[in-house]
Design a protein around this ligand. Structure first.
Ligand code: 3PG
Ligand code: MG
Length: 399
């Protein structure tokens, strides 16, 4: 694993510590609908405050495009953050300039202030030098605890780490350790389970995985493209027919790398993607022309279960079927529960990430039973693609 410094390497007492977190959480009518990211970052903030730091919290929210968009103010996050921390949290209505400077100057040891949305300034996403200088002037030490933003080379995630002592927070550290166990130096055999609608969004990921894992399970809509590429009729299913050649290339690359690819051997099909639509189970070679594949079938579930039982490590991104609508959630739920029970029995190290994936695991009631569930969406995908994450690279350079 690339080495980086952590909270263990700094003496934060009396220091102004700038901590980049990801408070980009789902909200409805001004209320946070999923507290996960807040709960996962709170221990780092609390640790710094308890050690006597003056804690300055930086985050973005949404994509305001460099303008002040009141609905994207981080002010709405003050109360949920304070409630989670069980500590008061002050707020500054700008992340740079006099308002930020005054709020930071007012901090006593152990105090916490949240600064307004970084992306209200276009210079944040441009990683602009003058903006980095203004942020850096607010602190003595930089802590990056936003793995889910590490795929962005922005001022607060990358630029600033080159400007001052820079270390990983506890959440960043946990994410990097877990991901390394999953794909960096995994116990083998290692399986990757990749689902979701489209092959086109996951081409690089599949290309990278076949050279790293021993088994690649392909599910969801993207499996249809692979089935079609092998001459199997997929009826009315979602299928990117123009990517058939690419799918065959990935299969050839997998064969050359001795990576076993597992595609569905049967499917649950229906005439339309609707709750309660009449569905039937068919062998994969017998999908009727007027039906669409919406889930893997029982033979595929049995096959994947026995395959998983042989594996030591699992990395999961993307659902196996249209899990949002019953009964097409059955395959995803069955495999998620199987992975969870193998994990509980100490037989499997399981790591999952990506927005849909976490929702699918929660739907199966097992999100707490995986070895590790990442808080990241896009960053998790880019990591699975084998890309260097600028936010992580900057911490490694700073170490
Ligand atoms: C996320 O939710 O994926 C992160 O907060 C990054 O947000 P972004 O995709 O707008 O950069
Ligand atoms: Mg994103």
């Amino acid at each position: 694993m690339p080495s980086f410094k952590t909270l263990d390497d700094i003496a934060p007492a009396g220091k102004r510590v700038l901590i980049r977190v990801d408070l980009n959480v789902p909200m409805e009518d001004g209320k946070v609908t999923d507290m996960t990211r807040i709960e996962r970052v709170a221990p780092t903030i609390a640790e710094l405050a308890d050690k006597g730091a003056k804690v300055v919290v930086l985050s973005h929210f949404g994509r305001p495009g460099g303008k002040v968009v009141p609905e994207m103010s981080l002010k709405a996050l003050v109360e949920p953050l304070a409630a989670t921390l069980k500590k008061p949290v002050a707020f500054a209505e700008n992340c740079i300039g006099p308002l930020a400077q005054q709020a930071v100057a007012a901090l006593k040891n152990g105090d916490i202030v949240l600064l307004e949305n970084l992306r209200f300034h276009k210079e944040e996403e441009k990683n602009e030098t003058g903006f980095i200088d203004q942020l850096a002037a607010l602190g003595d030490i930089y802590v990056n605890d936003a793995f889910s933003c590490a795929h962005r080379a922005h001022a607060s995630t990358e630029g600033i780490a080159n400007r001052m002592p820079a270390v990983a927070g506890r959440l960043m550290q946990a994410e990097l350790v877990a991901l390394d166990k999953a794909l960096g130096t995994p116990r083998r055999p290692v399986a990757a389970l990749v689902g979701g609608a489209k092959v086109s969004t996951k081409l690089e990921l599949l290309g990278n995985l076949v050279s790293k894992v021993d088994r690649l399970v392909i599910g969801g809509g993207m499996a249809n493209t692979f089935l079609h590429a092998q001459g199997i009729n997929v009826g009315k299913s979602l299928c990117e027919k123009d990517l058939a050649g690419t799918a065959r290339d990935i299969l050839a690359k997998a064969a050359a790398a001795k990576c076993k690819v597992l595609l569905p051997v049967d499917a649950v099909v229906a005439g339309a993607f609707k709750a309660g639509a009449a569905s039937l189970t068919v062998d994969i070679a017998a999908v009727p022309d007027d039906q669409m594949i919406l889930d893997i079938g029982p033979k595929s579930i049995a096959m994947l279960k026995s395959d998983l039982a042989e594996c030591a490590t699992l990395v999961w991104n993307g659902p196996l079927g249209a899990f949002e609508v019953a009964p097409f959630d059955a395959g995803t739920v069955a495999i998620a529960r199987e992975a969870a029970s193998l994990t509980s029995a100490g037989k499997l190290l399981s790591v999952a990430g990506g927005g849909d994936t976490v929702a699918a695991l929660a739907h199966a009631g097992v999100e707490d039973k995986f070895s590790y569930v990442s808080t990241a969406g896009g960053a998790f995908l880019e990591w699975m693609e084998g890309k260097e994450l600028p936010g992580v690279a900057a911490l490694v350079r700073a170490a």
